[in-house]
Design a protein around this ligand. Structure first.
Ligand code: ACO
Length: 317
């Protein structure tokens, strides 16, 4: 498959580090030094499904297609206000598409896993044009009195349309079952029969542990894909990494022996938007005219699970 269109949408509310200083024992200096984040876009009056539909419309328009040309929707999402139906189903109706839809939850790696599923479906001949969407509101999963997590996140929706082609060169998906370092637990409705203890609590994250696993798994996967394709690190135009923390991106760059010019980023003004981050950044690069036909891109994302998804693309648009 190949990417033929991209789109993105953000919430209107911009929350700066200075605004967080008003109710948290934190500082702009601490947040910027430890994370690289200056501000984030945070859902206030918007509904995630509306932002997801907006990003999808823009991607379909950029692809030069109509919503009815889309024959499958894969939506990566961790949480939204509906447990069911899936977010992809709501987006399908909102944009006027008619195809089958599936939601996946692979935490922050979800967009890469969704791209990989799209590639399989196109290769099998079951679909021609697929909308791959990642829409996330992680700001609704964290405790806003916990300075160690709430400063990190932002919301957003990014989408691409993929079609038949040869732009998806290789991929590597890995999962190591490791719930304790990063999870968000919610209790379900009570029944007369439940005897076990259940909890609802905001997201828990062991930041240091996640940091180490992210750097290790991403850089290891990137090296494997480069080796498999007989490429040097400098043969890649951009490394589009999950935008979790500037220091993680810098550490991966360091592992690869590359300068930061290879690592575009938007974590500084978006925060960590979970699986949407790579899709948002791809759209930014595309619309800024920074991607030329033939450019090689390495995408790598990591998140709860612990999951990692890495793929090597050639830009063919
Ligand atoms: N402002 C001020 N001080 C803070 C803040 C804050 N916002 N947050 C934590 N601190 C304090 C801590 O309480 C601690 O104080 P203490 O020494 O008195 O106990 C001190 O700063 C150091 O805390 P650490 O947690 O050791 O700080 P660290 O340098 O590890 O940075 C951070 C924390 C930014 C979370 C880092 O570990 C990190 O980036 N980890 C990766 C996390 C991540 O990116 N997660 C998302 C990826 S996975 C996904 O996307 C779902």
């Amino acid at each position: 498959m190949k990417i033929i269109g991209t789109g993105r949408a953000y919430p209107a509310k911009v929350v700066t580090n200075a605004m967080l200083e008003e109710f948290l024992a934190t500082s702009d200096e601490w947040i910027r030094e430890r994370t690289g984040i200056s501000e984030r876009r945070v859902i206030s009056s918007e509904k995630l499904e509306d932002m997801a539909a907006e990003a999808s419309r823009l991607a379909i328009e950029d692809a030069g297609l109509q919503p009815t040309d889309i024959d499958y929707i894969i939506c990566s999402n961790v949480v939204n206000e509906y447990v069911t139906p899936g977010l992809g189903c709501m987006v399908q109706g909102a944009i006027g598409a008619k195809c089958a839809c599936v939601d996946i939850n692979v935490a922050c790696s979800g967009f890469v896993y969704a791209l990989d599923m799209a590639d399989d479906r196109i290769k099998s001949g079951k679909a021609k044009n697929i909308l791959v969407l990642a829409a996330e509101e992680p700001t609704r999963m964290v405790d806003w009195s916990d300075r160690s997590t709430c400063v990190l996140f932002g919301d957003g929706a990014g989408a691409v349309v993929v079609s038949e082609g040869d732009g998806y060169l290789s991929s590597l998906l890995t999962t190591v079952s490791k719930r304790d370092c990063l999870y968000y637990e919610r209790s379900l409705e009570p029944t007369p029969y439940i005897t076990k203890e259940e909890y609802s609590a905001p997201m828990y994250m062991n930041g240091r542990e996640v940091f180490k696993m992210a750097v290790l798994s991403s850089s290891r996967s990137i090296k494997k894909l480069l080796k498999g394709a007989s490429l040097e690190p400098t043969d890649i135009k951009y490394y589009v990494l999950h935008q979790a923390n500037m220091r993680i991106i810098e550490a991966v760059a360091n592992q690869m022996g590359l300068g930061m010019e290879y690592f575009p980023h938007n974590v500084d003004y978006c925060g960590n938007t979970s699986s949407a981050s790579v899709a948002l950044l791809l759209d930014e690069l595309n619309r800024a005219g920074k991607l030329q036909k033939g450019d090689k891109l390495m995408i790598s994302a990591f998140g709860a699970g612990f999951t990692t998804g890495t793929c090597l693309l050639e830009w063919t648009k």
